[in-house]
Design a protein around this ligand. Sequence first.
Ligand SMILES: [Zn+2]
Length: 327
Amino acid sequence: MVSRTERYFLDLFLASSLPVAAERAAESVKIKFCSDPSALPVDVFNLAQANGLKICQDLPERGATDAVLIPRKHGYLVRLRRDVPTGRKRFSLAHELGHTFFYRDNGQGPRHAIGILDRTEHEAEERACDHFAGFLLMPIDRIRERFHGLAGDQPSEFLRRCDSACLDFLVSKEAFIRHAGRANIDGPPYLVVRSSFRPNPRTKEDPDLRTDWFATVGGWRRSGHVSTHHRLWPIGLKSACQLYHEWSATKTRGVFALDGLGHLVHSPADLCSCREDLSISINLDNKWRLTRQTYISANCLYTWDNAEGSTEAYVISVAAPTGGDAV
Ligand SMILES: [Zn+2]
């Protein structure tokens, strides 16, 4: 059943689905306030201010909240965390701009259009705002251009194009991959997994390379799933584990991959691909089944400095099922 929030948003943009409504919402903002709506990266700070948002970067550093929208008598205040990477901050601001569609102003300041929200309504609004932020910062035709002509056995090329797209759109890898994943792009199926070295969050023990998030992009006939916090080794992404292991002996900053001999390479011009048997849950006839299949995978490791000043890393793995689709 469609929630009241979703119905409201669909009606607002005469759309039949959430992504279509969000895309129309993003276009409406750009047409109204951008001198060149096709320019990249989208100047989201300027757009937000033109829409009546006053921006303050004063939320507590390292706090749990990245951004918050506060309706005021005349317009809105958006409070942001200063200490987050630019791409993440831009997405948060675009997301908060999306929330303004759920307010109406009859001259006495913005009032929420739906009223008191329960969890379902709240989650529907969050989903709509994530979609809106994605379409605002990453127009779908420009994403399609990025993946044009990509073959199914080129996870390294996929990863290279993702990196270059994130720089052009000025967004985080997670925002880009998730948006591309939701956009039903025609093309070969790819599984993308981000992992980092950390303990089991429940037991606080057993530190290992674990999944932070996953997404599927391209033409999957059946949906695949990888659990969050899962250890990478049992999934079969052993090349990613080996990459992290080699890097952890140096802990230097930069972008790294392994060459064909298993040596760590700094700022690799090309990424090596390898064949690995992966255990992935696949939805077959509405039932999740653990499948084991050969994938071609490529990995890249990226570093960042934490608040204490030590260098940490995460790995992005891209895997494509051999034979064109998951079994
Ligand atoms: Zn939100």
